[in-house]
Design a protein around this ligand. Structure first.
Ligand code: FAD
Ligand code: NAG
Ligand code: NAG
Length: 349
């Protein structure tokens, strides 16, 4: 008698969960999926990026291979999130007005075609006119974006995965090869472990934000001349508003800085349309420190054959865009697995 074949997915962040759901769509009857992770939604560890994300979608123009790949993944995720927002009200995804104010726009923003390449697909996209822009702002745009209550969305995907027959196990792997012995017949391990530690191209980008109870109706991003960023991201389903935020490569400090909190809130008060009833005061829920799992050159989506019949599928290094790329990355990963014969095309029922 043969043991049923198992595909192990490492990681219950937005990338692991999105990939798990895509893989389930193409699973053959003799295959099953086991999701293994140290942290699951509802866990809070500084090394588990997903629950700390804002999260909103903001396009990033550029012509590098990474930028072009991400543009396609982001666009597919935008279309996917429209269906999620419409069909799954408990998922924690909502479409709202997105606004951008840049004080010192990088060159990519000054080239009309490079802007259109990533913004044109957005509903309601238009440039702001100079009299619509606050003082000091040189480039502005508005469009319909979406915001995600990140812990709620991850918990929602985990629930879907389990209801569709997926198995889960909380476990801290000492080595990826260990994953091949977590079930009797593991054919492939999908590495969605975020930042990891063996890849010299991987690094972290620390982010500090502040979660407040004050509501706001749009997600607004402001880039300041000194290179710092301010943003507000309302979280659907009464999740408060994320006020951000810092981007600090290679900074491992797990503790929030009170000076940073004060600066973030002072800027938010100046620039974002919080209701006058709050009297300029913020009702703080908590400070947040997270580590974006970045990688030079962007995500690694690749199959590596460890030995005959044992394949590792890598999908990690989403950096600061894990939510906005999530569905595109999951589709690309599942497509690669189909191409390599790890998954087999399922006949439509
Ligand atoms: C402050 C902040 C704001 C952000 N804002 C946005 C935003 O607006 N939009 C956006 O798209 N993104 C945003 N991000 C980025 C986003 O959070 C990340 O890109 C995303 O969460 C990465 O997901 P992941 O699944 O790759 O990694 P993670 O969420 O870190 O998940 C990794 C998983 O692997 C598991 N794992 C790792 N090692 C092991 C091991 N040895 N054994 C077992 N399990 C293991 C972990 O337990 C976890 O389950 C933000 C991030 C931060 C910090
Ligand atoms: C593992 O699963 C595959 C696919 O069902 C099967 O062909 C193979 O015989 C199984 N191996 C073992 C050792 O059970
Ligand atoms: C698995 O992914 C991590 C990133 O999370 C990476 O550091 C590690 O090298 C990968 N494992 C292997 C065996 O390649």
């Amino acid at each position: 008698m043969t043991d049923p074949e198992t595909i192990v997915i490492i990681g219950a962040g937005v990338i692991g969960l999105s990939t798990a759901l895509c893989i389930q769509q193409s699973l053959s009857p003799v295959q099953s999926v086991l999701l293994v992770a140290r942290d699951f939604p509802s866990d809070t560890s500084v090394n588990y990026a997903s629950p700390w994300a804002g999260a909103h979608y903001r396009p990033v123009p550029g012509s590098s291979p990474q930028a072009l790949r991400e543009a396609g993944q982001a666009q597919r995720t935008y279309e996917f999130m429209k269906r999620v927002a419409a069909d799954e009200p408990g998922a924690g995804v909502k479409f709202i007005q997105g606004v951008e104010h840049l004080e010192a726009p990088p060159n990519e923003y000054l080239d009309a075609q490079s802007v259109l390449n990533v913004y044109e697909h957005l509903d309601g996209f238009r440039h702001l006119t100079s009299d619509e822009m606050p003082e000091g702002v040189k480039w502005g745009a508005q469009y319909i974006s979406y915001v995600v209550n990140s812990p709620v969305y991850c918990a929602h995907m985990l629930r879907k995965f389990v209801l569709k027959g997926g198995d889960t196990r909380q476990y801290n792997l000492a080595n990826i090869k260990e994953a091949f012995s977590l079930a009797s017949n593991v054919s492939a391990v999908v590495n969605c472990s975020g930042v990891g530690f063996e890849d010299p191209k991987s690094f972290i980008i620390r982010g500090q934000t502040c979660l407040v109870r004050n509501p706001v109706s749009a997600t607004i991003t402001r880039q300041n001349e000194d290179g710092s960023w301010s943003f507000c991201i309302p979280r659907p389903l009464d999740g408060g508003t994320i006020i951000g935020g810092t981007k600090e490569p290679h900074n491992w400090d797990p503790n929030p800085s009170m000076e940073t909190r004060a600066r973030l809130l002072a800027n938010a008060k100046k620039w974002f349309p919080f209701k006058p009833e709050s009297g300029g005061q913020f009702d703080v829920v908590r400070d947040i420190v997270g580590r974006r799992p970045a990688r030079e050159g962007g995500m690694r989506i690749e199959v590596e054959e460890l030995e005959e019949g044992k394949q590792i599928v890598h999908a990690y290094g989403a950096g600061g865009r894990g939510f906005e790329l999530s569905r595109g990355v999951a589709e690309d990963t599942a497509a690669l697995m189909l191409e390599k014969g790890i998954l087999r095309e399922k006949a439509a029922l």
